[in-house]
Write a protein that binds this ligand. Structure first.
Ligand SMILES: NC(=O)C1=CN([C@@H]2O[C@H](COP(=O)(O)OP(=O)(O)OC[C@H]3O[C@@H](n4cnc5c(N)ncnc54)[C@H](OP(=O)(O)O)[C@@H]3O)[C@@H](O)[C@H]2O)C=CC1
Ligand SMILES: CC(=O)[C@@H](O)[C@H](O)COP(=O)(O)O
Ligand SMILES: [Mn+2]
Length: 387
């Protein structure tokens, strides 16, 4: 029986994790849950899974949650970053699922690693913000970091077929998002609802917007750099609108290995939960007869500058990826609040990166300071500029 702490339990990934746990009660027990503000769903999860420890974003939501829970529940409610950190590192957990969205996932994930927990990592921002530091901690604490992000799960699986020294490059597939066929002129006028309407995946709002700008793929390039210790030049992106081939590894003899599957996050989540075993998920089978038009093409760095910016930040190193991430989070939130237009997201990230002053990527205080400064800079740009 594996004991799990789930950070971000009320989100798209968190709900999928719990649905797998519900399907395999003999294999998993939930010992901790952490969420933000969705206390009604969290209360249902507490009743269903009976965790010992539960965290919410602040004291106000802790009180709201307490009022919703039955008196016979004998767990504890905590809150804030400290609360999420306690859940992440809780003594009875064997594995912590990191599925909070954004930089809020970083400190709890680090705490889990330092407490010796294996990690199922969905929160890619952790590795974008602090990839070198986090992977150093993974090695020092001898924990396993298992990817949940679908492309990284695919690469992880393909890498198992060969020797590390024989890998020539990895190829991340990108759906291209809802605006794959739009011109720059058309992109000036796209709405928030259109941007949220991903063609293949049902996901949280932030990652859906990232997919539409292609920043998601940029973040994934950085995530892959650290997860698989790859040179950035050996990480390529190919647009594949069907999201059936989830990513590929090319070996030096020219063999290219891919992982395929229907676009359902339960597959990579289940693999992370049960690795190296595979569980019998009851999902629709991939029907190759219906896949007669699998398309692969080059990404367009002109129409989707976010991908170029991510490669540039990775090339600069230091705190530049943290700045890219912080500025992007602020710009995406502003777009979701209808404060800026779609094309301003990448423009704000670019302008914020131009003001980056540098810092060490192994110093947590430098990284957090860079994240804060980027957020302030991006906010000022948003406040001072036309939509
Ligand atoms: N969805 C997907 O298919 C995929 C997601 N990912 C990555 O997984 C992560 C989660 O994505 P997704 O599930 O889509 O996001 P959602 O927006 O659906 O869920 C986010 C979760 O984080 C919680 N949360 C937000 N802020 C805080 C905070 N400050 N403290 C504690 N909890 C917080 C939310 O709580 P509440 O709702 O209660 O406020 C919610 O449980 C992201 O990093 C994303 O990039 C990667 C691959 C695929
Ligand atoms: C499901 C998943 O892993 C997402 O990160 C997905 O890849 C988004 O799709 P695109 O960014 O390729 O549009
Ligand atoms: Mn992905």
């Amino acid at each position: 029986m594996k004991h799990l702490a789930v950070l971000g339990s009320t989100g798209s990934i968190g709900v999928n994790v719990l649905s797998i746990v519900r399907q395999f009660p003999e294999r998993f027990r939930i010992v901790g849950l952490a969420a933000g503000t969705n206390v009604s769903l969290l209360a249902e999860q507490v009743v269903a899974f009976q965790p010992d420890l539960v965290s919410v974003i602040d004291e106000y939501h802790a009180e709201k949650l307490a009022a919703l829970l039955p008196e016979d529940w004998c767990g504890r409610i905590v809150y804030g970053v400290e609360g999420a950190t306690q859940v992440a590192a809780c003594e009875s957990a064997d594995m912590t699922i990191s599925a909070v969205v954004g930089a809020a996932g970083l400190l709890p994930t680090i705490a889990a690693i330092e407490a010796g927990k294996d990690i199922g990592l969905a929160n890619k921002e952790t590795l974008v913000l602090a990839g070198r530091l986090v992977m150093n901690k993974v090695r020092q604490n001898r924990v396993q970091l298992l990817p949940i992000d679908s492309e990284h799960s695919a690469i992880f699986q393909a890498l198992e077929a060969g020797r590390r020294e024989d890998v020539a490059r990895i190829i991340l597939t990108a759906s291209g998002g809802p605006f794959l066929e739009r011109s720059v002129e058309q992109l000036q006028h796209v709405s928030c609802d259109e941007a949220l309407n991903h063609p293949n995946w049902s996901m949280g709002k932030k990652i859906s917007i990232d997919s539409a700008t292609l920043m998601n793929k940029g973040l994934e390039v950085i995530e892959a750099r650290w997860l698989f210790d790859m040179d950035p030049e050996a990480i390529n992106v190919v647009v594949h609108p069907q999201s059936i081939v989830h990513s590929l590894v090319e070996f030096r003899d020219g063999s290219v290995l891919a992982q395929l599957g229907i676009p359902d996050m339960k597959i990579p989540i289940a693999y992370a939960l049960s690795y190296p075993e595979r569980m019998a998920l009851q999902l629709k089978q991939l029907n190759l007869w219906q896949c007669d038009n699998l398309v692969f093409r080059e990404p367009d760095f002109q129409r989707f500058p976010a991908l170029r910016l991510a490669y540039e930040a990775l090339g600069r190193g230091g705190t530049a990826p943290a700045v890219l991430n912080g500025a992007n989070e602020v710009a995406v939130a502003a777009f979701l609040a209808r404060r800026i237009s779609f094309l301003r997201i990448s423009a704000i990230v670019e302008q914020t990166l131009a003001q980056e002053t540098g810092g060490s990527d192994t110093d947590l205080s430098d990284l957090l300071a860079a994240d804060r400064a980027a957020r302030q800079c991006a906010e000022a740009l948003i406040a001072g500029s036309p939509a």
